[in-house]
Design a protein around this ligand. Structure first.
Ligand SMILES: Nc1nc2c(ncn2[C@@H]2O[C@H](COP(=O)(O)OP(=O)(O)OP(=O)(O)O)[C@@H](O)[C@H]2O)c(=O)[nH]1
Ligand SMILES: [Zn+2]
Length: 471
């Protein structure tokens, strides 16, 4: 079995590689109790009752999720790679060419990883493609490429540094001819109340792609890179078609964008006790909260969280509700002879699961009957109702019910059906880590609970809208 040689390389934030070891100088174990106390401060800052049913265990769940999400600080590359280097012959009697353990390119593609964004503390998704060119007649166990990538993903990260750290650790750990990485990173959009109400068509995702190479991949124009991209193309990953983030890109995290900084400076001032508690969470995780990339992070995370307090939104919603409906006549029943089903489909929403304070987001579909002579509810009002209930600490079933119960009184007879489709970061980035999973919930009021044909008609409209959304 191959063994690791001494290798020293300094990686930023005090983490160094010594004989393939990667980890903080001292063993940093997150202080779960301290993180729980800090999360309670955040919940109180949102105007929440920390003793209510859904939130009682939330501080502990959040502390466990953060500990899990930063376990990389406590793992060592050496423990992963050592014992997983296998002797593998190259070409016989030195024929010209390269293959096997002496020069045959190896790539593991489509590794799903999650990391915490160091700028805003939200989890971001990574599609990782990692490859190397073996040398010295030995190859590494394929799973170790993913495990080493996960060591660095399970930290507070930024895409380019993540790619460079994995590349460097593999290059030092395996001692191959070269290592290369392509990371396709996806960050949830960073909505703020103002801009969300202005243009609800905001896309929910921001994407970037970064590369890193060492050894024979050092030179971006080396032939071996075109071999690497060809093997990615077989999986439909066309680098040319993906925005390759360069140094000119002024920011990766949407919370750093000028728009977000400008708009959010207009929203409620950030609560200093909440900012201090996020700084204490960073310290409990063993991070150096004074390192330049982290100095603004607590404030940016609190600004994100303040989207989910419910205080001033009530005013906003009631204002539009009372002014919005003038044709409402509670006694007039729908004349089902000439009724139609009006659908509002693919209304975007963002929310935070109250169990883990992690985003879940997706789309809302709403159907209701309208009669001749009655106008549908203004789409902007329906979208405001969706955002009003989205921007709270929620569970998806409650969100679905609340939207239906708020819309029903605006309708003749109150007949409404609501479907919410969402992906839950808490089920993808941690815990069961089921990438690609999504949850749908339904609320039916009045006639939709008995009129199966009407319900089927609505579901059909959603199905065609979903296909057109390319889901
Ligand atoms: N019904 C429902 N459950 C949710 C929602 N968001 C998060 N959850 C669940 O909340 C539950 C919390 O369960 P706990 O066992 O207390 O916490 P946990 O140990 O973090 O759970 P795991 O996610 O299974 O690791 C999990 O099963 C989550 O999937 C939601 O919108 N609706
Ligand atoms: Zn971010």
């Amino acid at each position: 079995m191959g063994c690791l040689d001494e290798g020293n390389g300094e990686i930023e934030n005090g983490v160094s590689i010594g004989c393939g070891e990667v980890g903080f100088e001292e063993e940093a174990k997150p202080d779960i109790a301290a993180i729980e106390e800090a999360v309670k401060v955040l919940l109180l800052g949102l105007g929440e009752d920390i003793n209510r049913e859904g939130l009682r265990k939330t501080p502990l769940r959040v502390a466990k999720a953060l500990r899990e999400g930063t376990r990389g600080y406590r793992q060592k590359v050496k423990d992963i790679v050592e014992g997983a280097l296998f002797p593998e012959a190259g070409l016989e009697n030195n024929r010209i060419g390269h293959a096997g353990g002496a020069g045959g390119l190896v790539i593991v593609r489509d590794l799903d990883l999650y990391s915490y964004c160091e700028s805003c503390l939200l989890p971001f998704q990574i599609k990782c493609h990692v490859g190397y060119v073996p040398s010295g007649q030995r190859v590494v166990g394929l799973s170790k490429l993913s495990r080493v990538a996960d060591v660095f993903a399970k930290r507070l990260q930024e895409p380019q540094r993540l790619a460079d750290e994995v590349c460097s650790a593999l290059y030092q750990g395996i001692k191959p001819a070269g290592v290369a990485l392509v990371l396709q990173c996806t960050h949830i959009h960073f909505p703020d109340i103002e801009s969300v109400f202005l243009e609800s068509s905001q896309q929910a995702w921001l994407k970037t792609l970064v590369l890193s190479g060492s050894g024979i991949f050092d030179d971006r124009n080396a032939d071996v890179w075109s071999d690497f991209f060809c093997l990615l193309k077989f999986k439909g990953i066309e680098i040319e078609k993906v925005h390759l983030r360069g140094s000119s890109d002024q920011w990766w995290c949407p919370s750093l964008s000028a728009l977000s900084a400008k708009v959010s400076s207009k929203t409620v001032p950030v609560n200093p006790a909440m900012v201090t508690s996020v700084s204490s969470i960073l310290k409990s995780l063993g991070e150096d909260s004074s390192r330049k990339e982290l100095t603004g992070t607590p404030g940016r995370f609190v600004k994100w969280l303040l989207n989910f307090q419910s205080i001033d939104m009530d005013v906003k919603l009631n204002g539009s509700l009372s002014g919005g409906i003038d044709s409402f006549d509670p006694d007039r029943e729908v004349n089902f002879k000439d009724r139609q089903i009006h659908c509002e489909l693919n209304l975007p929403f963002w929310s935070q699961c109250e169990h883990h304070i992690l985003p879940f987001h997706g789309v809302v579909h709403i159907g209701y009957f309208i009669s001749e002579g009655f106008d549908p509810i203004a789409k902007s009002l329906v979208q405001s109702i969706v955002h009003f209930y989205g921007f709270k600490l929620q569970v998806q079933e409650r969100l679905t019910r609340q939207i239906a119960e708020t819309i029903a009184p605006l309708l003749l007879g109150g007949h409404v059906i609501v479907v919410v489709e969402a992906s839950h970061t808490c089920m993808i980035s941690r815990g069961i880590e089921k990438f690609g999973s999504s949850t749908a919930t339904v609320a039916v009021l009045g006639h939709f609970s008995t009129d199966l044909a009407a319900k089927a008609m609505f579901f059909q409209s959603v199905a065609s809208a979903t296909t057109s959304r390319g889901q």
